[in-house]
Design a protein around this ligand. Structure first.
Ligand code: FA5
Length: 351
């Protein structure tokens, strides 16, 4: 037994000396004095020892136990002191580092928004804002998308736990599009109407190179007598030509939106594959830039406008998709990433 105790002592003295941190010491302590620790188990063997051994072994064990405890505590103190010393020597260099040779600048969304608003103000459009947190009535119902209509599935919607606020569940949401402004614009303004709404939208999206959960839309609502798809085509060509110059191929194709009739999708040719099809455009060769169309008679009526007398044009462009094509940004998630190496790059290309 004596020999065994001396062996435990020597093994653990060595381990303590090699311990690098407080965690190592805690483990050593447990291995010695824990429930199944070597010293604990050795103590439990005492009743089985021959009686003449006990007077020798018991004091030896007490002495070894004390010695090991003392050594562990001393090493603990040593490790703590080493830590303090390291901290003392570690200086926070508040003056060092190369000064940034770049000045801050507005985010490309903000610059784009300013340009677009100025462009459309010249055409007599005025700005209108609609809530980001809205009712399903303005986001869907009044846009000719009744409750339980499958068209609601076109928008992956983030609903708000409205019950908490005493509002029937499923009635409040984060707006999925700036079209939540359409009926408000018609109700709150005198005819004829030229209004625009640019701002954030939110969707429970499957994220990829061209889909974000939080993104901008630029909506116009133009209501007057005798408007037609020709006015829509002219306005969108004017808009895209001003933004891109002449070098962008654009196409319009039929697309279903319950709040317009007829409805179209406006696509820009994918500059990354030059129309051949790639991962960024979903192998379509085109990137969808907008949804648009003639405002549906039901929606005009919901806005208090007589569809027999007036017609309306509406569109919702996606600025981030436009900016992807304009500056060759191959992933929409770059815009809100805060990755300055990329954001500064396209800001430079822009200037
Ligand atoms: C709409 O949201 C309709 N409100 C557009 C509209 C307005 C149609 C007025 C008719 C009349 P859509 O879901 O297709 O449609 O989105 C319109 C545009 O927003 C897309 O073409 C795209 O440019 C942009 N967009 C849509 N979802 C995302 C997304 N997850 N990330 C980035 N941009 C998006």
């Amino acid at each position: 037994m004596e020999e065994k105790l001396l062996q435990i002592k020597n093994t653990y003295l060595e381990k303590v000396a090699k311990a690098k941190n407080l965690k190592d010491l805690d483990e050593i302590f447990l291995a010695l004095f824990g429930k199944n620790g070597e010293i604990t188990l050795a103590t439990k063997e005492f009743p089985n020892l021959p009686k003449d051994q006990l007077p020798k072994v018991a004091p030896l064990l007490a002495q070894i136990k004390k010695e090991l405890e003392t050594v562990i505590e001393a090493r603990r103190e040593g490790i703590r002191e080493e830590g303090y010393r390291l901290l003392e020597n570690e200086k926070l260099d508040l003056e060092g580092g190369k000064p940034l040779d770049k000045k801050g600048h507005l985010h490309v969304f903000t610059t784009f928004e300013k340009e677009v608003v100025e462009l459309f103000e010249k055409l007599g459009f005025q700005r209108f804002d609609a809530p980001h947190i809205d009712t399903d009535e303005f986001n869907f119902g009044l846009l000719n998308i009744p409750e339980n209509h499958p068209a609601r599935d076109l928008w992956d919607t983030m609903y708000i736990d409205s019950e908490k606020f005493g509002i029937q569940p499923g009635k409040m949401l984060l707006r999925t599009h700036t079209s939540n402004s359409q009926v408000r614009i018609m109700r709150e303004n005198k005819l004829p109407i030229r209004m625009m709404n640019i701002g954030r939208c939110f969707r429970y999206e499957n994220l990829d190179a061209r889909h974000e959960h939080t993104f901008e839309q630029f909506e116009i609502v133009y209501v007057d007598k005798n408007l037609s798809m020709a006015n829509l085509q002219y306005l969108s060509e004017y808009f895209l030509r001003t933004i891109f110059g002449k070098d962008i191929k654009v196409r319009m194709r039929p697309k279903y939106y319950p709040f317009v009739e007829p409805g179209v999708g406006v696509d820009g040719e994918c500059i990354f594959c030059e129309g051949k099809g790639c991962k960024i455009c979903g192998f379509a060769g085109w990137l969808e830039l907008a949804g648009a169309g003639m405002i549906h008679p039901t929606v005009l009526r919901n806005g208090g406008v007589d569809p027999e007398e007036y017609s309306g044009i509406a569109w919702g462009f996606g600025p981030s998709r436009i900016l992807m094509l304009k500056y060759g940004i191959d992933d929409i998630r770059t815009f809100l990433s805060g990755d300055l190496s990329k954001l500064l790059k396209y800001e430079e290309e822009k200037s």
